[in-house]
Design a protein around this ligand. Sequence first.
Ligand code: ADP
Ligand code: MG
Length: 247
Amino acid sequence: MANKELLRRKREQLIEEKGVIYLDNVTKAYSAAAPALNGVTLSIGRGEFVFIVGETGSGKSTMIKLLLRELTASSGSVYVMGNDLAKLKHNQVPKFRRNIGVVFQDFRLLNDRNVYENVAFAQRIVETPNAEIRRNVPTILATVGLAGKYKAKTKELSGGEQQRVAMARALINNPAILLADEPTGNLDPRNSWEIMRLLEEINESGTTVVVVTHNREIVNAMHKRVVTMKRGVIVSDEEGGEYIDED
Ligand code: ADP
Ligand code: MG
């Protein structure tokens, strides 16, 4: 028990000093080819909103997968919520992932289930009691603007609505961090803006938000921190930054 408390304090101290996300000189090589990430160091503090931009193949999704512990670094260290991900044991990974909500370009919904089931599923995995699920799902659906759609099959929804379901699913377990990998890649401008505003609201309520995007207009309008990647390295990291041209 005392030991557990000590570990908790060590994690908390690392978060205070280095952020909820901390990549320390991280390289990830998939093969003998040039590494996808090459000596990346990056700190993201609790409650920040950060855009990650850069040309296709620059290593953005690789970074997201390292943060989710879908991949492990070839060298260097990845810390999330004060956990050194290289030291996480296999059976600790599911519990670790409860800290993180994730949204992808292609929504990744269960298309034979309705909206309610898609969101409730995320709570069943973490063994939330049914009575609580029945309270939580309508609340989160209202937050993402889908209060009336809980019975709809996801394949009957527009792209913008499907991405909101994905957002609800990502948020229902109250994660400290939300990672979004090109969440507006399949959406029209209006829906893209609505999803980005929702990400901003979620951030304002305290969640750390990291958004990979190609949406120049939105990045330039939102005046957030912008980290620009090129060929596996960070070439710029600016508060209130702009989308830098890709050439
Ligand atoms: P981005 O998301 O910025 O487009 P990625 O992280 O997907 O970039 O890819 C970075 C580099 O790593 C690219 O050169 C890509 O081809 C390579 N890569 C990504 N995933 C794999 C994989 N599973 N196996 C081999 N190479 C990969
Ligand atoms: Mg990508």
